[in-house]
Design a protein around this ligand. Sequence first.
Ligand code: SF4
Length: 371
Amino acid sequence: LGMPAVPTKLADRRVSRKIQVGKVAVGGDSQISVQSMTTTRTSDIGATLQQIAELTASGCDIVRVACPTQDDADALAVIAKKSQIPVIADIHFQPKYVFAAIDAGCAAVRVNPGNIKQFDDKVKEIAKAANETRTPIRIGVNAGSLDARLLKKYGKATPEALVESALWEASLFEEHGFGDIKISVKHNDPVVMVNAYRQLAAACDYPLHLGVTEAGPAFQGTIKSAVAFGALLSEGIGDTIRVSLSAPPAEEVKVGIQILESLNLKPRRLEIVSCPSCGRAQVDVYKLAEEVTAGLEGMEVPLRVAVMGCVVNGPGEAREADLGVASGNGKGQIFVKGEVIKTVPESKIVETLIEEAMKIAAQMEADGITS
Ligand code: SF4
């Protein structure tokens, strides 16, 4: 009997309806997408497009822009047209900006109909306009802006309160025959957030946008998001993700992509397998790993590069990788596909690894292997 196959994913994906956010499908069997949000004034078209270009380069699939003023609404048409990735307009309270965003050709709108219900027929009109243009809408329930009625009923933003709010918001559109919806129920506490999404996942078939809101500065926010998204994605829940960090948006994208790659939900690109170093290390592993990472940044092929500090685990790991180094005695043994191809002095390790990585990458590209 052979060894059991190593599972490549943790769970089957929850069955959700598929919606189309511009060129990016969300839900169903589509690839889980990574989103971020610009931090520029949307009315500053140049700065916003510049940031969107940076996000696109970092691998962002969908970008959201805030639309709090008429000037922002006026900028949407140019931004939606020039952006390489679908643009979602983020709107609170103002139905007129929702119509402006739909007219501007935004790929989707984030708006909570509960916010605009007081404008009576506006929800119906939005449903009609969105239906006609096939513009999906994200309903985004946040712990911090939970409906007063539900806060009173539940005392605080519990998972049940978040889910009830989301389903009620969705029903306001459903009444008008509109169902091109995706939903988020964000909370800053990963435990509440995970429970809310689990309940929501069981209660509807809308695609779900995962987010831990106000997750904090990069270090804390990365961990909170990774833990919460990891729990949900490992159960097959989640169709698009946004990591919220008090850091530049491209950082959010890097973290989001890494979370998906870690769970085999997105093909891995460059992966550096480096040891944590210990008392046996015969080389500065941190520096070496950093230099190799920097030298290979932007590589699009699924290359696994091992950087090991000594000869204990070094050769083993280096052999498992496409390329690797095991250091010792001021030298580095360079491995390619399990074979030692040369031994170089420590000062030449980085450049040799980069040189060999380029050769392998060129071969992979020639063979059509890209991630
Ligand atoms: Fe320590 Fe060597 Fe393992 Fe690195 S590879 S952690 S230096 S034993």
